[in-house]
Design a protein around this ligand. Structure first.
Ligand code: FUB
Length: 352
């Protein structure tokens, strides 16, 4: 996606106002998916790299080739980079663009879920398995059947069911799947096949996983987000509608689906009484960060809540060179999340 102008940003000044600093600085990491396994924090991250691929609205310059897992004893301790956990060359069906992953544990095995483009240029979601939360992971020979698009987020409910939330617009191709098959027409156009402005917005998808976590147990369903009148958000409502970066957390028995609004750069959330929804729009979690993309994970650790997110401050605004950060997150007495400003009181005029 083309970068918005960053000329006016004084990054030294911005970094002084940043509410948190990159967890690691020796490589660029993005798209945090975070879980607590055996009392320790594990961050499943995209590994951003330099590329000479020109910027476009399909995100072709996000040309990542592998994943790293970071680990932390607590949200305030130093993060350790555990090295390459999975490389695209070791995934039989995948060609390129290892975008936002997630992982989940079951019966002592760790399952890494990841999107990548196959040899036809279509994003699919794959699984790779390890005995260790940090990998290395061994990929399954094929992508998940009937999987498509990007940004898998794995969620284990209290009854032992496992779900995957996923999907992402434009470069993530969600708009090409509206009729159940991949619409390959106008391959270069990010905006072809979108609903009209007055139609319901495209939805993220959710599917229950099979017991072995290797396939979908059902056809993926829409994650419908409704407004204050219980009407589905419209496609034109781009400050609230879903774009990419699904995440699910549970708070006081309710299901909180959070996501990026993409071209308006917010992390928002919506609440439901069950994992399928419909979810009622509830507000903003994170105001825009430096860089086009925004992507997050929410966890509870020792009875406190944390938001992991990324920005491009370390690379001085290069949209595809991002760094993962963490900050505290609060639910108020009504269960609503207090909006976080990533750069406190910073008057740059940049998106905040
Ligand atoms: O990292 C590539 C893409 O950028 C992710 O899949 C999206 O969520 C956005 O962060």
């Amino acid at each position: 996606m083309p970068e918005e102008t960053i000329q006016h940003i004084n990054f030294d000044e911005l970094n002084k106002h940043a509410i948190s600093q990159p967890l690691i600085k020796h490589i660029y990491t993005a798209d945090p998916a975070v879980h607590v396994f055996n009392g320790k924090i594990y961050i499943y991250a995209s590994h951003d790299i330099e590329t000479n691929i020109p910027f476009d609205d399909l995100g072709s310059h996000f040309a990542m080739e592998d994943y790293h897992v970071l680990s932390m004893g607590s949200p305030t301790s130093e993060a350790k980079d555990n090295g390459v956990a999975l490389h695209v060359n070791d995934v039989p069906w995948a060609e390129k663009q290892m975008w936002a992953p997630d992982a989940i544990e079951k019966d002592g095995k760790y399952h890494l879920f990841f999107p990548a483009k196959d040899d036809k240029g279509i994003f699919r979601i794959g699984v790779a398995i390890s005995d260790s939360p940090t990998g290395p992971f061994k990929a399954q020979p094929h992508a998940i059947k009937k999987s498509f698009s990007i940004d898998p987020a794995a969620f284990k409910d209290n009854d032992g069911s496992y779900y995957m939330y996923f999907g992402g617009m434009w470069g993530g191709q969600l708009q090409r799947w509206q009729n159940g098959t991949f619409n390959a027409e106008q391959p270069e156009s990010p905006f072809a096949h979108l609903p009209n402005d007055n139609e319901p917005a495209l939805c993220a998808k959710v599917a229950k996983l099979t017991d072995d976590l290797l396939e979908f147990a059902e056809d993926a369903k829409d994650v419908v987000i409704v407004d204050e009148h219980n009407k589905p958000l419209l496609q034109s409502d781009n400050e609230r509608r879903f774009f990419e970066a699904s995440w699910m957390h549970k708070y006081n028995g309710k299901y909180y689906f959070s996501y990026s609004t993409g071209d308006t750069h917010f992390i928002c959330y919506a609440i439901a009484n069950n994992p399928y929804g419909p979810f009622k729009y509830a507000g903003r979690i994170l105001n825009p960060v430096v860089g086009w993309t925004t992507h997050h994970a929410i966890i509870e650790f020792n009875n406190e809540w944390y938001l992991f997110y990324h920005d491009s401050s370390l690379s001085k605004g290069v949209t595809h060179l991002r760094s993962i950060k963490v900050t505290k997150l609060e639910h108020d007495e009504n269960g609503l999340i207090k909006t976080i400003n990533p750069y406190k009181d910073f008057k740059s005029g940049y998106m905040i």
